[in-house]
Design a protein around this ligand. Sequence first.
Ligand code: NAP
Length: 299
Amino acid sequence: MQRLIMATSKTYKLNTGAAIPAIGLGTWKSQPNEVTEAVKAALQRGYRHIDTAFAYGNEKEVGEGIRQSGVPREQIWLTTKLDNPWHKRAPEALERSLSNLGTDYLDLYLMHWPSSTDPNDLSKHYPDWDFVDTWREMQKLVGTGKVRNIGVSNFAIKNLERLLNDPSCKIVPAVNQIELHPCNPSPKLIAYCASKGIHVTGYSPLGSNDSPLYKNEILLDIAKAKGKSPQQVLLAWGIQKGWSVVPKSVTKSRIDSNFELDGWELTEDEIKKIDSIEERFKVCGDSWLPVKVFFGDDE
Ligand SMILES: NC(=O)c1ccc[n+]([C@@H]2O[C@H](COP(=O)([O-])OP(=O)(O)OC[C@H]3O[C@@H](n4cnc5c(N)ncnc54)[C@H](OP(=O)(O)O)[C@@H]3O)[C@@H](O)[C@H]2O)c1
């Protein structure tokens, strides 16, 4: 009997026991005037996972989209992120995000970057505070009931090791959200996260704006042979490799087509071919931060 493949209702179990939906809608660079419609369209299409961040400046409009969708809050996985200049003020930052989003809890609160930036001078890192201190404070938020799961983002192996080995670390991050597509596959970091029970969410799964991936012949050949779009193949690749994906779009037809992932899957051979892509690029580097966070040791 043929297995019914339902990627869009698939979830991954986190180390807290919670279940994160395999596909979510990303909202970075989604303008406030367009993101409400995008979130509403996604939820009405069946998405049950929305990824935003305080730094995206659109939490209010994301919250509005959730309300307009008519989908009950408890059916939605909502992730937002603690912004770098707020590391010393995590409880206040959380209150702001909750108020912006118009909700009384988050499913997942991520430390956006392992960079505790001085709010008075964004080119400076605090001399007396870093992500280990921030995590100590984030752990306290779980007890308030306002945050169901906490995690990190843009953490390389070196920083994860430091965090996990610190005596103040009582909660292993539930998730590490990192850039993941065939041109930034990071297998060592993924294996490390798996060994520690940390679920990975792949950001920029399509390669972001003007993705160089759409010129990749291996990807285009597989998409053509399967009668799927390159975007659908990229999302299926991520989900079948074992991580959740958060493709961003503000275009209804793309929001819909990115969700057409049920009833088919990539073969092992197709996955291997995509894994064999050698071209490399990164959408998000660390040169804009006051500290280095990528060390080239996780690819
Ligand atoms: N934790 C972090 O530091 C971090 C960093 C980066 C991203 N993220 C998260 O990950 C999400 C996704 O990453 P991303 O926004 O960088 O890029 P992405 O999802 O890889 O790609 C988004 C781009 O692809 C276009 N697109 C989407 N679906 C398409 C389709 N079916 N056909 C053609 N084009 C399509 C979108 O255009 P339109 O919108 O115009 O349709 C947009 O230009 C973000 O939105 C954010 O939520 C997190």
